[in-house]
Ligand binder design. Structure first.
Ligand code: SF4
Length: 354
């Protein structure tokens, strides 16, 4: 049987940093599958795959590709839900069949990792597990509960610190704008989201922090709340202010990455703490723009993902006159026939981002 041109099974997603990796599907879908902001596995059922089938897939992948990969990613949403011995066998077999693979990574849930013993995580590291990608999303418990994440900040800290101690590299994902304009516990959520997320990150000090920005699409349970008016998303400026508060409060030695198309300021990235001031100065520069310029910037960055030229790859590009004039001309054309159309186009583009 062929799967999208491959003689072995592959799941639907992997982190952007694993674009060149061999993908091996050890389980199917997500065993939790309740997060309000996540459409990826909705309508599917979690399944464990038979160990022999996964090992056979590795054999088929080796016969099909040869030893051409330097990195491998084990799918789907939470491979750590497997018995540790089985996962050790999968990783060991993968390393044996692909001797050039130097990095093996996977997604995991913080709750599952917290339940593993340190010895088990060390065993996985010994077998060749290099990195775990874990969705922290927020460190603010009322927001985690609202979003049905099924994890508390305490559990995320226990799980995260165990991963760090096992020497498996840890990448924690945070979602900017996750709380929108919600008021939880009688307070503005965005502020607590930023401050408590910084608190958890400071406690765990993961190797990587990867930012994504909330975009609400059909297929997410949160979409119904958007339509009903229960959930109001943050504006771009509100998201960037939240990012500013988060970064200002970080006391970590992590690498901060903004490598996702949903992010407003992709160039806010760097090694902390040394790049913190430079990252904050990009944010200040954006916040100093007028509302009209901010809209121009956002449209110009989104154009990039939909193949339009010229566009903005970073805030620096916004200050290149030829690029800015081209985006301004596009806005004028959109507004000429229908005032307010450029803001609508930005919203539509945002919803189309993956
Ligand atoms: S965010 Fe992760 S844990 Fe939550 S439903 Fe999606 S894949 Fe599952």
């Amino acid at each position: 049987m062929m799967f999208g041109g491959l003689p072995y099974e592959a799941g639907p997603i992997r982190p952007p940093s694993e674009a060149a990796s061999l993908l091996i599907r050890a389980t199917r879908n997500c065993p939790w599958n309740k997060c309000e902001f996540c459409p990826t596995y909705k309508g599917t059922r979690f399944e464990r795959r038979a160990l022999e089938d996964v090992l056979e897939d590795i054999d088929k992948a080796a016969a099909f590709h040869g030893d051409v990969f330097q990195t491998a990613f084990i799918q789907d949403a939470n491979s750590l839900v497997m018995k540790t011995n089985d996962l050790v066998e999968v990783i060991s077999h993968l390393k044996e069949k692909f001797p050039s693979v130097r990095r093996v990574t996977s997604y995991a849930r913080a709750r599952t990792v917290a339940r593993k013993s340190l010895e088990e995580l060390k065993e996985l590291h010994g077998a060749g597990l290099s990195r775990l990608h874990i969705g922290l999303e927020s460190g603010y418990d009322p927001l985690l509960e609202y979003m049905k994440k099924g994890v508390t900040s305490d559990l995320a800290m226990v799980g995260g610190k165990k991963v760090v101690e096992s020497r498996v590299s840890l990448c924690f994902y945070v979602v900017l704008g996750l709380g929108g304009r919600l008021r939880l516990e009688g307070e503005e959520t965005w502020r607590n989201h930023a401050l408590h997320t910084a608190r958890v990150l400071n406690d765990v000090n993961p190797d990587y922090i990867r930012a994504r920005t909330l975009t609400i699409k059909e297929g997410m349970p949160l979409y119904e709340k958007l339509v009903s008016g229960e959930f109001e998303p943050s504006s771009d400026v509100e998201v960037v202010r939240e990012e500013q508060l988060l970064i200002s409060n970080l006391e970590v030695t992590s690498y901060f990455a903004s490598d996702h198309s949903t992010n407003i300021l992709m160039d806010v990235r760097g090694q902390l703490p040394e790049d913190k001031e430079a990252m904050l100065s990009i944010i200040e520069r954006y916040l100093d723009l007028s509302a009209e310029e901010q809209l121009n910037f956002r449209l110009g960055t989104l154009l990039r993902y939909f193949g339009y030229e010229p566009n903005y790859g970073s805030l620096k590009d916004f200050f290149v006159p030829a690029r800015r004039e081209a985006v301004t001309a596009m806005i004028q054309a959109l507004e000429k026939d229908e005032p307010g159309r450029s803001a609508e186009v930005v919203t539509q583009f945002n919803r189309m981002l993956i």
